[in-house]
Ligand binder design. Structure first.
Ligand code: BT5
Length: 243
C-alpha cells in the first residue's frame, strides 16, 4: 500500500489532486495527515478535528466511474467500506445518513468528500477524502459528532483503522468493476438512517415538510413518502433531513 504520511497540510484531497497534476500516481495511493488546517466538507462546509487524534486521508481511485458506474456508485462503495471497517472494530449501531455521513449511535463518526476529474487522455480520477474520528474524546464544539474511542472507551491504532477501510475499498472497487453493485446498494439501503420513520425535511426552496424515507434509488436519489402517501424522489441538492 502506497501511503504518503504528512504532519500537516491544508487538505489531503487538495494535496493528492496537486500531486496528480505533477506526476504519475499509482492507483489506491493514500495521503494522510496528522492535522488538516483547512479540511473541507461538501459545498464549503468545514471538517474540523483535534490535532493528531483522528484520521483524515484521501485515496486515489482510478477509472471506477464509467458509463455504467455513476458517482453515487462510488459513494455507496465508500460508505459500505467504512461501515465494514467500523464493524470489524466492534462499533455498534452504524447507519448511513444520506448521502454520505456515517453515524454511530446516531452521531457522525465519519464524513466523505469525493472529487472527480477527467484527464486529457480520458481517464477519470476520483479523489476519495475520508474524515474518520478515532481517538478524539471532546466534541463540545460538535455535539452531533462521536469517535471510535468515545464509543469503545479506549484508544485505537489509527493506522490499523485506515488500512482496514482501504483494504475494504480496494476489494469492493474490484467487485464493482465486475458488475457487483447491487449488494452494496442493498447494504447501503439497509443501513439508511431514519428509514421508515416520519422526519422533518427542508426543500431547497426553504419549505419544511414531514416525510418518511423509503430508500435510495440505484443512482442516489432519496425516495420520500409525503403526507398524501405519494412517493417523491429527490436529488442531493434538493432536500435535507432536519436532524
Ligand atoms: C463531510 O462533509 O462530511 C465530508 C468530510 C470529508 C473530510 C475529509 S478529511 C480528508 C479529506 N480532505 C478534506 O479536505 N476533506 C476530506 P459534510 O457532509 O458537508 O459535513 C460537514 C459537516 O460535518 C460540518 O458542517 C460539521 O457540521 C460536521 N463536522 C465537521 N467536522 C466534523 C467531525 N470531525 N466529526 C463529525 N462531524 C463533523
Amino acid at each position: 500500500m502506497n501511503i504518503i504520511k504528512l504532519d500537516a497540510t491544508p487538505s489531503t484531497n487538495d494535496f493528492l489532486k496537486e500531486l496528480l497534476t505533477n506526476q504519475f500516481v499509482e492507483n489506491f495511493t493514500v495521503v494522510t495527515a496528522e492535522n488538516q488546517t483547512s479540511g473541507r466538507g461538501q459545498m464549503g462546509a468545514k471538517w474540523e478535528v483535534e490535532f493528531g487524534k483522528n484520521l483524515t486521508f484521501s485515496v486515489l481511485v482510478k477509472d471506477v466511474l464509467t458509463e455504467i458506474n455513476s458517482i453515487f456508485h462510488l459513494n455507496v462503495l465508500v460508505a459500505v467500506s467504512i461501515i465494514e471497517a467500523l464493524e470489524h472494530f466492534n462499533i455498534p449501531n452504524l447507519a448511513i445518513k444520506w448521502p454520505n455521513d456515517i453515524l454511530a449511535e446516531s452521531k457522525k463518526i465519519a464524513g466523505v468528500l469525493i472529487e472527480n476529474s477527467l484527464k486529457s487522455n480520458g481517464e477519470i480520477f476520483s479523489v476519495v477524502g475520508i474524515g474518520l474520528n478515532v481517538n478524539q474524546k471532546n466534541f463540545d464544539e460538535l455535539p452531533k459528532a462521536t469517535s471510535l474511542s468515545c464509543i469503545l472507551n479506549h484508544d485505537l491504532d489509527k493506522e490499523a483503522v485506515m488500512v482496514s477501510v482501504i483494504q475494504n475499498l480496494k476489494r469492493n472497487v474490484a467487485l464493482l468493476q465486475i458488475g457487483e453493485y447491487d449488494k452494496f446498494w442493498q447494504t447501503y439501503n439497509k443501513k439508511l438512517f431514519k428509514k421508515g420513520i416520519p422526519m422533518p425535511f427542508e426543500g431547497n426552496d426553504g419549505i419544511r415538510f414531514m416525510g418518511i424515507i423509503q430508500g435510495v434509488s440505484t443512482y442516489g436519489k432519496l425516495k420520500v413518502m409525503l403526507e398524501d402517501d405519494a412517493v417523491k424522489t429527490y436529488d442531493i441538492k434538493e432536500i435535507q433531513m432536519l436532524y
